[in-house]
Ligand binder design. Structure first.
Ligand SMILES: [Zn+2]
Length: 157
């Protein structure tokens, strides 16, 4: 077990946190492998720094795991909300088109025979509503992304 299989990140962390009862194999590998020794020193620094910040709190591993779960949950939640939003929107459009089907010929007549002003007005209103919805979606997404980003930074700072 010289260079064939290096110690895993989990093994190094558990060793540093003294979670392993029989660590003779790890010690043996560390004595023979400078690469893993260096990684161990890096973990030592990280764990020391985290323990300085949270003296009686969670260990590095646990808080990272919790933050990961929170992030995944937030992402999943916002994606579900997005699906629901588009679902409702499509249903609404389909419903409106279905019920307005009998009136479509009259609407078309208005567009093509009516004055250009009414056509412009209708297009303007449509564009306005579309832009309003679009900016609203983008703003909501930015708020969500901000929350997720903040959550990601917390355990590391
Ligand atoms: Zn190694």
């Amino acid at each position: 077990m010289k260079n064939s299989s290096h110690l895993s990140d989990e093994a190094l962390q558990s060793y540093l946190l003294k979670e392993i009862q029989d660590d003779s194999l790890i010690v043996e590998h560390l004595e023979a492998c400078s690469k893993c020794q260096k990684r161990l020193e890096e973990y030592q620094v990280v764990i020391k720094n985290v323990q300085k910040i949270e003296p009686e709190g969670f260990t590095f591993d646990v808080s990272a795991l919790v933050m990961n779960t929170v992030t995944v949950y937030e992402k999943r939640k916002s994606r579900r909300q997005e699906f629901a939003f588009w679902g409702v929107l499509i249903l609404l459009v389909l419903g409106i088109s279905f019920f307005s089907l009998p009136f479509l010929p009259a609407v078309f007549k208005l567009f093509f025979s009516g004055s250009g002003l009414i056509t412009l007005l209708a297009i303007g209103v449509g564009l306005g509503v579309f832009l309003f919805l679009l900016t609203d979606i983008i703003r909501q997404n930015q708020v969500k992304e901000g929350k997720i980003f903040k959550n990601n930074l917390q355990p590391m700072s």
